[in-house]
Write a protein that binds this ligand. Sequence first.
Ligand code: C2O
Ligand code: CU
Ligand code: CU
Length: 496
Amino acid sequence: MDRRRFLTLAASALAAPGVIGRANASPVAGQSLPIPQILDVTGSADAALEAIQGTTAFVEGGAARTMGYSQPYLGPVLRMRRGEIARPVVRNRLDSPVTAHWHGAHVPGAVDGGPQLAIASGGTWAPELEIDQPAATLWYHSHIHGQTGRQIYHGLAGMMIVEDPGVENPGLPSEWGVDDIPVIIQDRRFGRGGELAYDLDMPTVMHGFQGDTILVNGAVQPNASVARGLVRLRLLNGSNARIYTLKFEDGRGFHQIASDGGFLPAPVARDSLVLAPAERAEIVLDLSDGATARMVSLPDANSPMEGMMGGGGMMQRMMGGMDRTDPEAVTDEGAFAVLSLTPDRPAPASQALPRVLAGGPAPTTAEPVRRRRIDLQMGPMAMRGAGNPLAINGQSYDMGRIDFETRRGEVELWEVSSDMMAHPFHMHGTAFTVLSRNGRSVPFEQLGAKDILLVDGKAEILVEFRKPADRAAPYMFHCHILEHEDGGMMGQFTVA
Ligand code: C2O
Ligand code: CU
Ligand code: CU
């Protein structure tokens, strides 16, 4: 987007303040949590993933045109095993190009599903994925440059699970849909007819698109019938921009057992958990008291407007409508409901929370051979360098430009800084170790190995490049607020 278009959009937004309000359509009440099917893609015969168009009734009496992989909205949970080759076959039955990017998978650039690997309408893509990483909860989604936000918003995403047959953590809940529950959290906005609304103007692009209705696995604030005992939730923030602070309404604590890259060294006791877009966390909570537990989230405080106009300015008043995008609060502190868990099923025998967890990723400790700065820029700072309001290091994404060249097996220290608001920083092809955030060191035991890190200020990460990626299909690094990514806050690198 050039400077003139930016100014035009900004001006039109000024002329029409407060246009955003709650849709009239009301959610379909009392839905139960859909549990997506598992599609085993290691060595299996029929592992087709078809990008299709569908119709989904998210709200009472309404219908939305949606997209999904082999289903109207979202896709099956892909399961793959370490040490084996996964062979998903992706067919595109839509009328525009899509990709299937394996977010968090350590696979070469040539099969990573980035923007260069578009599958044309009618086309088929059959990558071979050599699974060579610890057990973890990942996800997959389309990654067409400029369309990623729209495509994921409409449903082109799903969860992915890497299992490690060589590792056992006895006692961990593992019965799918009973005490091992996939939880894909998204926020959406609906028009009067129940259609998905995804209208971008410049303030929305800068803020990141937020909805006023919470979906879990495609259902509005559903209820899950689960085991009366320990329950493991595989949390994935599949939202375009919203950051959740998750907790339980009754104040009950829980243990985090895994982050993006897999198991933590040991369970970490928590009362709440911040989950930025694209982040994953696995938690175990105890529901043996039989009471229904409601998971809620605090409102998202991330907003560019303070810094943009120096606070209290016209832009901020103009953006007043933005503050009303949060779903209806259910607690005094403004938290809204995400998911209810009703423990009305018998717990599988021999559940126990292990004291230590086996099979997690190890921290990267090697001396870095190089230091790089990655400045995530927006607004005036980005305009100055890139002539575009979203950029990294003074440049907006260009599919024809390689930003960094790195080498396999080398370790680099990346210093990532944010501008105007917190940005969830993501890189493809590896998982990194966080050294520090705003000058304070971060214990590996707390965060584990990450491929997404919410950067609010400065963060130092240690990156080891594990798989190759050439100029034809480089790896991406970007902000995972999808409107920022689509708008140019993305770069790409090769690994020789
Ligand atoms: Cu979730 Cu570039 O990806
Ligand atoms: Cu990714
Ligand atoms: Cu961002």
